[in-house]
Design a protein around this ligand. Structure first.
Ligand SMILES: [Zn+2]
Ligand SMILES: [Zn+2]
Length: 337
């Protein structure tokens, strides 16, 4: 089969490799579409250490060729892959936190993933896709599950005022989910006017730039106390500091961005003084896949406008270059297989 292989950091080759075979409890998927994200760019560059050679790719959908799934999917059915494997037997899995399994691996990072014609995944990681879910949008449901898991961790309460800092693909999903889960007001903050416009189309009550404007709007809309929940979706400590400033006393912060810094400046005293709950989330659980598929099927979350580019999967190197380049309008790049 054809695959794009990362032979060394920053070196991709389109190669003919052996089609993977399945063992008991595994499924073979003919990949039809995949998505690339920031994690892939870090795996590509070597910023996230991985074995080589490696087939990257952890956001993929396709057709089940061999094997089965936990939900009774049959060969020929369209499926979505949960790329986080779990053993189901370790102490952490037994506590229900399968997304954090100590024996877990990520397809496309620790083992071969989806940037190929076929991939193998455990049957328990395969989810049936209903007919009314668009092929091209399906890989984005994996991203949506990570947002859903963060919202489950944070426990959005009906009537909450939620501020979202950063309007990339995940920020624009958070706007829609916050509304779907009952937030009374959603305030979006981004320096990018195009993405602020999209956030308003997705139901944001107001969208503003960072800094003084954000502070004024949040205080005006909350009778001067601050937002119940602030999500940082950029991954910069300066924006995390802004999130801490915009949260109300007794409020919640969700640091959804991933921070590479191991030291930096934050208003640490506010953690105590405001009694802030800092809620982290990593990957997603099986239940998030079932709910994510349903949210998209029912139209509560619209993934279509989040896709701005579609290229053949063999052009992965070019797609990664595109993803790294700064752009005000680019959102998700989907690969056709
Ligand atoms: Zn991803
Ligand atoms: Zn486990």
């Amino acid at each position: 089969m054809k695959a794009v292989v990362l032979t060394d950091p920053s070196k991709l080759e389109v190669r003919d490799v052996e089609k993977p075979s399945t063992s008991e409890g595994e499924a073979l998927i003919r990949v039809t579409h995949s998505g690339i994200c920031g994690t892939d760019t870090k795996i590509f560059s070597g910023g996230i250490p991985t074995p080589h050679p490696l087939i990257m790719g952890h956001e993929m959908s396709g057709v089940l060729e061999e094997g089965s799934s936990a939900d009774g999917t049959k060969p020929g059915d369209r499926v979505l892959v949960d790329p986080v494997t779990f053993c189901g037997e370790c102490a952490i899995c037994k506590k229900g936190q399968t997304n954090l399994c100590i024996n877990g691996e990520l397809l496309g990072r620790d083992i071969d993933g989806g940037f190929a014609e076929y991939c193998v995944a455990p049957s328990q990681n395969i989810y049936h896709l209903p007919d009314d879910i668009d092929d091209v949008q399906a890989p984005l449901i994996q991203v949506l599950t990570t947002v859903l898991h963060a919202f489950n961790q944070a426990g959005v309460v009906d009537g909450d005022i939620v501020a979202i800092l950063g309007l990339g693909v995940t920020g624009l999903m958070q706007v829609q989910l916050a509304k779907a889960l009952g937030a009374s007001k959603v305030i979006c903050v981004s320096r990018n006017a195009h993405k602020r416009g999209l956030a308003e189309k997705f139901g944001a009550d107001v969208s503003v730039t960072h800094g003084e404007e954000a502070k004024k709007v949040v205080m005006d809309m909350t009778d001067g106390i601050g937002a119940d929940m602030v999500i940082e979706s950029v991954g910069h400590l300066s924006i995390l500091a802004e999130a801490i400033d915009l949260a109300r006393t007794g409020g919640k912060i969700v640091p959804f961005g991933i921070y590479a810094a191991d030291e930096g400046k934050l208003p640490f005293y506010e953690f105590y003084f405001k009694e802030l709950a800092i809620i982290n989330a990593r990957a997603a659980k099986g239940e998030d896949f079932i709910k994510g598929i349903e949210l998209v099927r029912s139209g509560a979350v619209d993934l279509g406008p989040l896709i701005t580019h579609q290229v053949p999967f063999t052009d992965l190197a070019e797609a990664i270059r595109l993803l790294i380049e700064p752009s005000d309008e680019r959102l998700k790049i989907i690969l056709d297989h």
